[in-house]
Design a protein around this ligand. Sequence first.
Ligand code: 5GP
Ligand code: ZN
Length: 138
Amino acid sequence: MIDKDCIFCLIAGGDIPSDTVYEDDEFRVILDLNPATRGHALILPKQHYADLFEIDEEVLAKLAVLAKKIAGAMKESLACDGINIIQNNGAAAGQSVRHFHLHIIPRYENDGQKMLWIPRESDPEVQKTLVEAIRAAL
Ligand code: 5GP
Ligand code: ZN
């Protein structure tokens, strides 16, 4: 399904121009308009899925392989020191565009970005409850 009101559907389909680094029948990989770092890219499926909960599993599997390919090309071409792969689901997690996309963010020593979380203490009893809850939902 393509949603004509979705900006990433329009970009992925080529109706809106973008800085495309890769395209095939199912995906387009573009540079982010407001990059976190030099070379920050987004993998967009051409079909519309709002988030991880909606995306087709076969598409997701192909997307993972493509992410590895793009990350490898960045490592080779951009002389980056590391790469973050981030995928946001829901406003609380920072998702601003409701069309599934994977961020591939090259990292450079001292690039001034902060993308990691603040680690907190864990409580063994709470961890046990969490394990039980998640396992029961699988
Ligand atoms: P999210 O916050 O949903 O995980 O990420 C959305 C990303 O899309 C942001 O990094 C934002 O800069 C990028 N973005 C939003 N609109 C456009 C656009 O029209 N073109 C491109 N290339 N990137 C966009
Ligand atoms: Zn869309």
